[in-house]
Design a protein around this ligand. Structure first.
Ligand SMILES: Nc1ncnc2c1ncn2[C@@H]1O[C@H](COP(=O)(O)OP(=O)(O)OP(=O)(O)O)[C@@H](O)[C@H]1O
Ligand SMILES: [Mg+2]
Length: 263
């Protein structure tokens, strides 16, 4: 392994498999997944419901052990929960009795005493997600999109090596969702975080990503790995590009094939 290769590669999955043992028997969630993600790349995962996307992300986060295969982050085998992974889910899971600022600081407080520098960083992140004026509010005083922006700031507070997002915008209305996509693209422009983003929205995936992986169902493996050709910073006008629509139709057909092929 060359030192250069190791430095450029943030996430490596080699023939990762996951079988859940359940009372009614084993469930094969991921048959075999292999991929490499370069440092700083934003990679989306598309695929039909139940194909194992969340399971794959939980394995990268070290929250579910792989049944077989190997997963590495920065060359180190994942063997337990990754402190260096910032995570976002469909539900922002904010603590209702804490202020916005304290919610952002929560992961730090779990590990050690919160310092003045941590507070400054949290305030900076709240500025970045456009919520600085709301830092003393409680989550119930915020809209759904604002809550997800708090969750994004919280995911970034520890300056994680990787950002893992599982359908973070799925519960939002279409307009807020578009705004969140744009906000996330702008944040990636400044942070260049290596990111895995799970979504059911093909357009969102194209708009945000450097690469898109399509997972197929039964056996669940990665059936496509596509590089998105558009420049950064991404502008909303990219959707008017003929290649955007071509890619959209290609991915739609690909997902449809994998769904139609399922038993
Ligand atoms: N903790 C668990 N125990 C047992 N089976 C599980 C568990 N989590 C997921 N599964 C099963 O593993 C398979 C993959 O689930 P997973 O949640 O990873 O899919 P997904 O692609 O994220 O689906 P969706 O798009 O609906 O979120 C499904 O058949 C699911 O029922
Ligand atoms: Mg899922």
């Amino acid at each position: 392994m060359s030192a250069r290769g190791a430095a450029a590669e943030a996430i490596t999955a080699a023939r990762v498999r996951k079988v859940y043992e359940t009372p009614s028997g084993p469930v094969e969630a991921v048959a075999e997944a292999s991929f490499r993600i370069a440092r700083g790349d934003f990679v989306s995962i598309l695929g039909p419901s139940g194909c194992g996307k969340s399971t794959l992300m939980l394995m990268v986060a070290g929250l579910e052990p792989a049944t077989a295969g190997s997963l590495r982050i920065d060359g180190v085998e994942v063997s337990g929960p990754q402190v260096d992974a910032g995570m976002m889910f469909q539900d922002p899971t904010l603590l209702p009795w804490r202020s916005v600022l304290d919610n952002v600081l929560f992961p730090i407080g779990m590990r050690r005493r919160v310092s003045a520098a941590d507070r400054e960083r949290a305030e900076g992140l709240l500025r970045m997600v456009d919520l600085w004026g709301f830092r003393d509010k409680r989550p119930r005083e915020l809209s759904g999109g604002m809550r997800q922006r708090v969750a994004l700031a919280r995911a970034l507070i520890g300056d994680p090596r990787i950002l893992l997002m599982d359908e973070p915008f799925s519960a939002l209305d279409a307009i807020t969702r578009d705004e969140m996509g744009l906000a996330l693209a702008r944040i990636w422009d400044t942070t260049h975080k290596t990111s895995i983003f799970i979504t059911h929205s093909i357009r969102e995936a194209i708009f945000l990503s450097d690469r898109i992986l399509v997972m197929g169902r039964r056996p669940s493996t990665i059936v496509e790995d596509i590089r998105v050709p558009f420049e950064r910073p991404r502008q909303p006008s990219v959707e008017a590009d003929a290649r955007f629509n071509e890619l959209y139709l290609h991915l739609k057909a690909s997902i449809h094939r994998t769904t139609a092929g399922a038993a």
